[in-house]
Design a protein around this ligand. Structure first.
Ligand code: OGA
Ligand code: NI
Length: 363
C-alpha cells in the first residue's frame, strides 16, 4: 500500500454494487459481465470434501508434545508446498473480537452510500471505500464493494479514512489487527523452522512489517454465472489471513491442478495463504497460489482480509539456503516498496504481478 501517484487515465463511472442491487435488482450491467472464458462454472463450486484445503492446528505447534509438534510442522510445510493455502484452528485470535469486527464491518457496509463515500478510494490509491485495481474504462468490474485501510507502520495510515461510524469500528479493528499480527509472526516462525531456517529469520528480515486490511462485501447476485466477486490474482503479501463472515456463502476458490477448488470455511478457523513475497524468498518452493471469489444468487458474503508483508525498504530475493544446483535462482532481487507499487498500479490478473520478480529462464 505504498502511496501511488494519481493517474490521469479515465476509469469511467464505477457503479456501487450495493446500489445496483437497489436500483436494478435483476439486471447485470455489461461492465460486470465477464468474457465467456472467465465466467465461473458454478457446478464447480459444489464442495468436493476430499479436496478441501489442509487444516493446521496451531495449538500443536504452540504447546503440543514433541511428536505432535513434529507432525503438525510436517503438515504445515506440506500445506505450504502443495497448496499455498491452509486453514488454521486454535489460532489464539480472540473469537469475540473476530465476531465484533465482522459486526462493525457489516454495519459499515450497510450505511447509506453518502456516508461510506466520506472515505473514498481515490483513483490511483488503494485505501478507502470503492473498487481497487481499476485502470481503464473497458476493464471488467468485480461484483464487490471494498473498504481497505493501511494499519502498520503508522505512517501508511490515512486517519481521514478511518470511519467514525460505527462508533467502535476503529478500536475493534486495532485490537483485532494486533492479534492477527501475532498470528502472522507465529506462523512465519513455524514456516521458518519447517524450512530448517532460524526461527526468527523472517521477523528479523521484515523490519517494520507492513499490515493492511481489506474488507470485501459481495452482495448476492442475480447471475452469479456471469460475474466474478473478485478477479483471479495472487496476493503481493508475505502471508494473508482471511476470515469470512458467519452465514456467508462459499465464495473463495483457489486454482489447483487446473481447476478452481472452492474453500469450505470451517467455523472459527482462519484461512491463510502464501503471498508472492514468500514465493520469492523461498525461491518458489512455497507458491503464492492464484485465487478468486465467486458470488451467490441469494446470499451475500463478507470477507475480512489482512495482508502481512515486509517493510517497504527491504530488498527481497531468494534466500541463499533455498538456492542450489537443483533449484537455481528463479527471481531477481528487488525493493519490496517497488514491488508493492507495481502490484497496486496494475489490474489483478492471475500471477502476472510476479513477473516483476521472475528471472527469464529461457536458456
Ligand atoms: C483478497 C482475496 C478473497 C475473498 O482480498 O485478496 O483474495 O474471498 N479475497 O474475499
Ligand atoms: Ni487475495
Amino acid at each position: 500500500m505504498a502511496p501511488v501517484p494519481v493517474s490521469p487515465i479515465s476509469v469511467g463511472h464505477i457503479d456501487d454494487v450495493q446500489e445496483l442491487r437497489k436500483t436494478i435488482p435483476s439486471r447485470i450491467p455489461q461492465r460486470f459481465v465477464r468474457d465467456r472464458i472467465e465466467r465461473p462454472r458454478l457446478f464447480m463450486t459444489n464442495p468436493t470434501p476430499c479436496k478441501n484445503i489442509p487444516v493446521i492446528d496451531l495449538s500443536n505447534l504452540q504447546k503440543g508434545s514433541k511428536d505432535e509438534f513434529r507432525a503438525e510442522l510436517l503438515q504445515l510445510s506440506a500445506s505450504c508446498e502443495d497448496w499455498g493455502f491452509f486453514q488454521v484452528i486454535n489460532h489464539e485470535v480472540n473469537l469475540s473480537l473476530v465476531e465484533s469486527l465482522e459486526k462493525v464491518a457489516m454495519e459499515f457496509f450497510m450505511l447509506p452510500l453518502e456516508e461510506k463515500q466520506k472515505y473514498p478510494m481515490l483513483p490511483g490509491t488503494v485505501q478507502g471505500y470503492g473498487q481497487a485495481f481499476v485502470f481503464s474504462e473497458d476493464q471488467k468490474l468485480d461484483w464487490c464493494n471494498m473498504f481497505a485501510l493501511g494499519l502498520e507502520p503508522h505512517f501508511i495510515r490515512n486517519p481521514n479514512l478511518w470511519p467514525t461510524k460505527p462508533a467502535t469500528f476503529s478500536e475493534t479493528l486495532e485490537a483485532y489487527s494486533r492479534e492477527i499480527r501475532k498470528l502472522c509472526k507465529n506462523l512465519l516462525k513455524y514456516i521458518a523452522i519447517g524450512l530448517s531456517l532460524d526461527e526468527n529469520v523472517f521477523e528479523d528480515m521484515f523490519g517494520a512489517a507492513v499490515q493492511a486490511v481489506r474488507m470485501n462485501y459481495y452482495p448476492a447476485c442475480p447471475r452469479p454465472d456471469l460475474v466474478l466477486g473478485l478477479s483471479p490474482h495472487s496476493d503481493g503479501s508475505a502471508l494473508t489471513v482471511l476470515q469470512q463472515g458467519k452465514g456467508s456463502s462459499v465464495g473463495l476458490q483457489i486454482f489447483k491442478d487446473n481447476t478452481w477448488v472452492p474453500v469450505q470455511p470451517i467455523p472459527n478457523a482462519l484461512v491463510i495463504n502464501i503471498g508472492d513475497t514468500i514465493e520469492v524468498l523461498t525461491n518458489g518452493r512455497y507458491k503464492s497460489v492464484e485465487h478468486r471469489a465467486v458470488t451467490h444468487k441469494e446470499k451475500d458474503r463478507l470477507s475480512i482480509v489482512t495482508f502481512y508483508a515486509p517493510s517497504y525498504d527491504l530488498e527481497v530475493g531468494p534466500m541463499p539456503e533455498l538456492v542450489d544446483e537443483n533449484e537455481p535462482c528463479k527471481y531477481r532481487r528487488y525493493n519490496h516498496g517497488e514491488y508493492s507499487k507495481n502490484y497496486v498500479t496494475n489490474k489483478l490478473q492471475g500471477k502476472k504481478a510476479l513477473e516483476f520478480a521472475k528471472i527469464n529462464t529461457t536458456n
